[in-house]
Design a protein around this ligand. Structure first.
Ligand SMILES: C[S@@+](CC[C@H](N)C(=O)[O-])C[C@H]1O[C@@H](n2cnc3c(N)ncnc32)[C@H](O)[C@@H]1O
Length: 253
């Protein structure tokens, strides 16, 4: 089979081969979320100008506009949030698969965030009309999440490979704690889903324990995950799925 021409969207996934290397955007491995507070922060969610970052006029936003009419939802602000998005690969992939959803990645480190922005700008150029539904913001989720999102506005929240912070004295820097879960619950919509992926067993236990203990979250059974579970959920609770994955399965993510 002849290989697709360079820069042409993949015929099945409309994925564009992207050549910016994240080697050019190397960052220090960690940023201290307990100290890092030097960001531009909106004083309240209504001040966030999402339109500035999303391209809501493009052809691929048709689905979004249709949803706005049909579901009477505000489709000018993101419903899917990737917490600690790193170099932003997850949302860049999901953007074309779910063009009728607005999604945003939040990242504390500046170099990865710069990479995310460059990538999306480049992808938008290479595939006009696509990737208008995704953007990334540099912020400290532990401090400023509620400055960006209205109560009950987020439908999906992703925690992919959160920093493990192995040492006990660093556990306070973990992105999941009882207190942070209360903040996440505040911005999540009643039937929202939280996705957690980690390959660190100890962190997996830590996150599971807290989510299980927290009164505002309920764990989905495997059956609920695969069936149409949302109808069955209590309107007062958010749900979460904690995935245990193996190194082999990483390649399919
Ligand atoms: C191990 S990386 C995983 C990145 C990405 N989710 C992935 O799967 O490749 C964890 C990311 O979370 C970011 N992070 C940690 N604490 C954060 C915070 N308080 N606010 C925003 N981002 C944070 C880190 O800078 C890092 O990029």
């Amino acid at each position: 089979m002849a290989s697709a021409k360079k820069d042409e969207p993949h015929p099945l996934t409309s994925r564009v081969k992207f050549r910016l290397s994240n080697r050019d955007f190397r960052a220090r491995a960690h940023s201290n979320p307990l100290n890092d507070g030097n960001f531009d922060v909106p004083s309240r969610p209504s001040e966030v100008e999402w339109r500035k970052w999303f391209d809501l006029e493009s052809a691929t936003s048709e689905g979004l506009r249709a949803r706005a009419l049909k579901e009477e939802v505000d489709v000018t602000r993101p419903e899917w949030v990737d917490i600690g998005c790193g170099y932003g690969g997850l949302l860049a992939e999901m953007s074309t698969a779910f063009p009728d959803k607005l999604m945003v990645g939040l990242e504390i480190r500046d170099r990865p965030l710069q990479f995310c922005e460059e990538r999306i700008k480049k992808l938008r150029k290479e595939a006009p009309g696509s990737y208008g539904n995704v953007w990334y913001i540099r912020t400290n989720v532990m401090k400023f999440l509620v400055n960006f999102f209205e109560k009950g506005s987020v439908e999906k929240m992703f925690f992919c490979y959160p920093d493990p912070h192995y040492k006990k004295k660093k556990h306070r820097q973990r992105i999941v704690s009882m207190q942070l879960l209360a903040e996440y619950a505040y911005v999540l919509s009643p039937s929202a889903l939280v996705y957690v992926v980690t390959d660190v067993e100890e962190l997996f236990q830590w996150i599971s324990e807290r989510l299980t203990k927290h009164p505002l979250f309920t764990q989905l059974t495997d059956e609920e995950i695969v069936s149409k579970f949302q109808d069955k959920l209590s309107s007062q609770q958010h749900s979460f799925a904690v995935a245990k994955i193996t190194i082999q399965s990483l390649s399919i993510l």
